[in-house]
Design a protein around this ligand. Structure first.
Ligand SMILES: Cc1cc2nc3c(=O)[nH]c(=O)nc-3n(C[C@H](O)[C@H](O)[C@H](O)COP(=O)(O)OP(=O)(O)OC[C@H]3O[C@@H](n4cnc5c(N)ncnc54)[C@H](O)[C@@H]3O)c2cc1C
Length: 403
């Protein structure tokens, strides 16, 4: 379709729900593509916050390893070079029949095409007390809450005279040995030194326990990473418990299968993610983890006008079986692909299928160590750490350059 034809067609309303890694990328890229073609279609980006959060560094914000302003970016300046309309609101429901999104405040927004990029929520997998008595770590707000909580526990320990009670207050139990749990554990043990110095709490009573249900840490990398991560974390003072199932949680107490009990002043739940509940509540097709099901074009199953990407979507890992990992790098590349798919939609062309680019992943284990498999090659130690920091810095520079 040539530009003069485009001008005669009715502009479409494209709504992108969620300004995370996938949604922000999709909005910026789509806006650029539409403008290059002289189209007047309107791109609206919706988020509950007025900032874009760097979820992959929230464990650093939670442990005061970076200042708050390094974990979030105001959305308005990020979009200032574009025509993207920014709407702040919390989506409560998607109504495919009426083609609208309903917000918590009762307002609604209609769309011609909708892209869902809402990220994921914490999965409590039915463990009694987990939702009520643990702290999640999935957003910037969670990070601040966790940081304040741990600081308060150490402050209380400094005033406590009973050693046993001090130990409980200064124990952090992290449930889940994946990305979030391992990265947080590594940072926490380092932060504990500062916390003790500042609060006067005894360093000897600090405990960090990482509890994993399966035999593996960082299972996406395979066996070698379990050994590497366990060794590094153990050396830093983290107690790693594998094959350990948490059956129930009470305030400051974990019930472990086999009748054991672990007391901890701070309990972090990092045992998995699930799709946002509003997806199923809106009648969209979701899989067992509540993620919306999409095809190779990122189109939601049974929905002609709705697309999805990032952690909220079960995206086929084609040509391999299963779905792609829930990581920021995949989410961002899916967002870029979504932009081309939406452009094809407004131009009335057939979209290209999404083909996952498997560049590998990197995970930090405290400030001085990382593991990963860039381009499929196992990598540990400083090289992995430098590469991880490089990837993070690259993302920041994209944001700061406004591209
Ligand atoms: C501690 C931690 C460390 C991680 N480390 C890494 C790493 O090193 N490398 C890596 O690649 N990945 C990492 N990940 C995973 C990565 O952060 C996620 O895969 C990524 O954030 C997914 O991007 P997304 O765009 O799908 O969702 P998100 O980035 O979570 O964005 C979702 C957006 O939707 C908005 N939203 C949600 N619900 C609503 C609603 N109802 N209404 C309006 N707006 C809403 C949110 O405010 C948010 O802005 C880490 C995750 C965690 C928790």
């Amino acid at each position: 379709m040539i530009a003069s034809d485009c001008k005669n067609s009715i502009p479409m309303q494209i709504v992108i729900l969620g300004a995370g890694y996938a949604g922000l990328r999709a909005a910026i890229d789509l806006d650029r593509l539409l403008r290059q073609r002289g189209r007047d279609d309107e791109v609206t980006l919706v988020d509950q916050h007025n900032y874009h959060q760097l979820v992959q560094v929230v464990h650093l914000a939670a442990t005061a390893a970076i200042p708050d302003k390094k974990a979030i970016y105001d959305l308005a300046p990020l979009l200032s070079n574009s025509k993207v309309r920014l709407v702040q609101g919390r989506a409560n429901l998607i109504d495919p029949l009426e083609r609208r999104v309903v917000f918590a405040d009762g307002n609604s927004l209609t769309y011609d095409r909708l892209a869902i990029t809402l990220g994921a929520e914490t999965a409590y997998v039915g463990v009694p007390g987990a939702r009520e008595h643990t702290l999640p770590l999935h957003t910037f707000a969670h990070a601040l809450r966790l940081r304040d909580h741990v600081i308060a526990q150490f402050a209380a320990a400094a005033k406590e005279r009973d050693t046993k009670q001090q130990r409980i207050l200064q124990t952090t139990a992290i449930v889940g040995g994946g990305y979030t749990g391992c990265q947080l554990a590594g940072e926490l043990v380092t932060w504990a030194d500062d916390l003790c110095r500042e609060s006067g709490a005894p360093r000897a009573e600090v405990r960090v326990a990482l509890i994993e249900r399966t035999n593996y840490l960082l299972p996406q990398f395979g066996d070698w990473a379990t050994q590497a991560a366990e060794l590094v974390l153990d050396r830093q003072g983290v107690s790693v418990y594998r094959n350990t199932l948490v059956e129930a949680v009470e305030p400051q107490m974990l019930h472990i299968q086999g009748g054991r009990v672990l007391r901890a002043g701070s309990i972090v739940w990092a045992a998995g993610i699930a799709g946002p509940e509003l997806l199923a509540q809106s009648g969209l097709a979701v899989e067992e983890h509540g993620r919306v099901m999409v095809d190779r074009y990122l189109r939601v199953q049974d929905q002609a006008l709705i697309f999805a990407a990032g952690d909220c979507a079960a995206v086929p890992n084609s040509p391999d079986p299963g779905t792609v990992p829930a990581t920021a790098s995949y989410a961002m590349r899916q967002g870029a692909h979504l932009a081309t798919t939406l452009l094809a939609e407004v131009e009335g062309r057939a979209p290209r299928p999404y083909e996952p680019l498997k560049l590998g992943e990197l995970v930090s284990l405290g400030p001085h160590y990382a593991v990963g498999n860039p381009l499929g090659l196992p990598m540990t130690g400083y090289p992995a750490l430098w590469m991880k920091k490089g990837v993070e810095q690259y993302y920041r520079s994209i944001l700061e350059d406004g591209t």
